[in-house]
Write a protein that binds this ligand. Structure first.
Ligand code: ZN
Ligand code: ZN
Length: 115
């Protein structure tokens, strides 16, 4: 992948108001990142100064929260009841489909440009 590709991708997500980091959630208004990724970035820079043991426990806690959400059949994003057997609630499931579709369209469009 060329650096150009990443720049284009960044611009695309930015223009669509989607987080340029996780490509999953809507970005905060006027920002390139969603609230969670902004928070994550902030924590990461704080963690760099913190000891590795603490960092490891944070990671384990996050993983546990994710697994608990899946086990209890709650949306892994917002914690609401999941839609059917999905890992998301209806709202986030619809959004994940929409994002996947837009990604697909974008990829196809890029391929067409090359020809
Ligand atoms: Zn994000
Ligand atoms: Zn949700």
């Amino acid at each position: 992948m060329s650096p150009d590709y990443y720049r284009e991708q960044y611009k695309w997500y930015r223009a669509h108001g989607i987080c340029t980091c996780c490509h999953q959630r809507d970005a905060d208004p006027g920002k390139a990142l969603c609230h969670e990724c902004a928070e994550k970035k902030r924590q990461q820079s704080a963690n760099r100064r913190a000891d590795p043991e603490r960092r490891e426990s944070i990671r384990a806690e996050k993983k546990a929260r994710y697994q608990r959400a899946r086990q209890e059949k709650r949306c892994i994003i917002c914690g609401k009841d999941t839609y059917r057997d999905k890992s998301y609630c209806y709202e986030h499931w619809i959004r994940s489909i929409r994002i996947a579709r837009e990604r697909y369209k974008e990829r196809r469009w890029k391929r067409m440009q090359k020809k």
